[in-house]
Design a protein around this ligand. Sequence first.
Ligand code: MIC
Ligand code: SF4
Length: 643
Amino acid sequence: MGKTIAQKIIESHLVSGEMAVGADIGLRIDQTLTQDATGTMAYLEFEAMGVPRVRTERSVAYVDHNTLQSGFENADDHRYIQTVAQKHGIYFSRPGNGICHQIHLERFGAPGKTLIGSDSHTPTGGGIGMLAFGAGGMDVAVAMGGGEYHINMPSMTKVNLTGKLSPWVSAKDVILAVLEKMSVKGGVGKIIEYGGEGIKTLSVPERATITNMGAELGATTSLFPSDEITREFLEAQGRGDQWVELSSDPDASYDEIIQIDLSALEPLAACPHSPDAVKPVAELAGMKIDQCCIGSCTNSSYLDMMRVAAILKGRTVHPDVSLTIGCGSKQVYNMLAQNGALADMIAAGARILECACGPCIGMGQSPNSAGVSLRTFNRNFEGRSGTADAQVYLVSPETAAASAIAGVFTDPRTLGDFVGIEMPKSFLINDNMIVPPIEEALMETVEVKRGPNIKPLPIAGPLEESIARKAVLKVGDNITTDHIMPAGAKILPYRSNIPYLSQFCFGVCDKDFPDRCKAEGGGIVIAGQNYGQGSSREHAALVPLYLGVKAVIAKSYARIHAANLANTGILPLRFQDEADYDKIGQMDELCLPDARKEIAAGEAVTLENKTKNLRIKLDAVLTPRQRDMVLAGGLLNYTKQAE
Ligand code: MIC
Ligand code: SF4
């Protein structure tokens, strides 16, 4: 039988396991990327493994998240990452060079290769035909050391695109339409491949916008074929030699097919506080707005920015609106500076930011109280902007720019004549902000510089025979990693300082959680559906581990977070019968009397609710390898044990 594109790439990188849906498979990883907010941990973990030089074809360390330096912490972390990269043969992208996913697409990504990154939007690389996964830092550390990356073999979904986008409708509207159809958990356990005649009308950056937000679907990854459009993009980046053609076989079989007629789409917006709360912009038109932010790894390409500049040219940002613009990379900024588009943005009154994640991760530009903020980003989770009661809408760059001028939510189709922007035949290539690895002989002499903000990693002990703890917290559905371990300018500088971070754990849900958890000597967290959606940050597991959380019991999990729990040695458990969720109250006395024995035997796990005098059956969300890992006390202990 024919194969899908993803199945072909998996087959050529398969090291262990069988490609049967749901089975544990181990993949050889060609490339890795890290960013600074997760990178410090990933490199501490890599150092703990004692591998002198990375064993991948290419590993790149980016600095793009924590670029506001309001104290020594971020600058110290940058220096740590730069020196540790130099010591171990890793490319280093300096702060100011741009956002990891945008740069990786421009300068390093290649069709047919595998990539894992310690950031959930790593599937941006799928826009160029890469099989790219977001992963926890420990998984990236293992891959840098030449180890396999394990996932459960996903099922295959095809999104068949027909027709052609109408003027003023863009790639963001395509992925918002997919989110409306599939929801934030509709992609769990799936790889999403885009195909059909419609893909021929989409450039690589537009494709990358779509695969980037596959993360919001909960998908394992998303990708496009590698075709003539991919070749032209790579040639324009001076990397035509890295192009290979990739397509699915005509008789490839998909488990699910979704149809999207591009011609029928209109400008869309994801309403507060979820990327799948989608409405047509036309329905929101006229609503007063306070802020527009254009940029992020989703929508900050040359094409996006040129469209924005064309809308702003000769106009002025509305007096009641603050418009910020941050390009995805230095390449994009440089080109806009050379062709005058940047001047048009400045003249219109845009507040120009450095090319970094910026407001997307709450690094500045928090909206005013209850402010309505239109953002071209990919996440509008509650509180993520840094303003607890802000109302954040996710929109296309065209909608954001049109609304910034008008001061109210505006359908860009009302702007009149569409300004078509051509993809450049050649991009401006200048890699002077990427520090390549040094000669192997010199690596040993490099001194890794560690600041006082870097504190040791919490490491779990072997799984206890039985676990008796209280249900220290009970939460509902779709709890994001931003709820578990918030980010933002005040907290992010402490990503390498778990003890300090712990005081903010679950702060969005319950400010007393950290103290209660400590006072109780740890506990068990109870949750609903899709627990841990969003970011790949392993801090959402490491910090609960530090506070003494032994297990999570949820109705279902987001993929990366479930893996991160197992990697740190916290038990991810699932209700066999979802109705049992209602049988546990916060602070009930719980006991897993045979936890170790049952996990080792691969059996269902028994839970006793002592307060309610009930027994509940749970499944461990663990592959056989992960069971061994949890028994050993997490991935680091497991890897050491295997040596
Ligand atoms: C995010 O968008 O939430 C982040 C910040 O990029 C995260 C990584 C992190 O928490 O550092 C992600 O998406 O994985
Ligand atoms: Fe950065 Fe935002 Fe992209 Fe995360 S989603 S990598 S914070 S730009």
